[in-house]
Ligand binder design. Sequence first.
Ligand code: SF4
Length: 203
Amino acid sequence: MSASDSYPLVEIFESLQGEGRNTGRPCVFVRFAGCNLACPWCDTDSAEKFKLTLEELVGEITSFRAKSVVFTGGEPTTIAGMAELVAALKEKGYYLAVETNGLKSPDWLAFVDYVACSPKAEFASLYDEADALREADEVRVVASSESVVEFCRSIAKKISATDYYVSPCDRGGEIDFATAKSVLAALEGWSLSVQLHKILGFR
Ligand code: SF4
């Protein structure tokens, strides 16, 4: 990435991590634009709103109080220049986490502190590709239907992680706990990750 290139972004804001093992941690969320999937229930706006250079982006992140950063999207692993961004923030002592759908495993992931992978059952066969992620800190699967049980079992064999979570599916504000509970009853070693920000109404 050259100095004149820039990062495609949707938003940057400070909040608390709302799901997974880091729930409650104050973080700066950097939402990158663009995704390499099109999940039918996706509620994330990943259309590009603005661009920042590396220097501008680091300046924006350091203007917040939190010393943890979550790279999210869209899909951060599709973004050019992430190795440079990770290096710049590690030099400043930041704790870095990334949220990814797990279809790609770029080298810079080895330098972040926490990888949360949310593989998508609707695209199960793509997780056999050579490029797919094989290791993460946590894996979170959205219980979009009862049939994700088989997907959870197969993805646990493909992606090694410390924690495996099932998240209830949110369809336009309707949070489906019933399917998540039923999926969890059929799995061993998986637990519920609630989306606290949706329940408590914070961003
Ligand atoms: S991977 Fe995430 S951002 Fe991309 S389409 Fe699916 S839910 Fe939306």
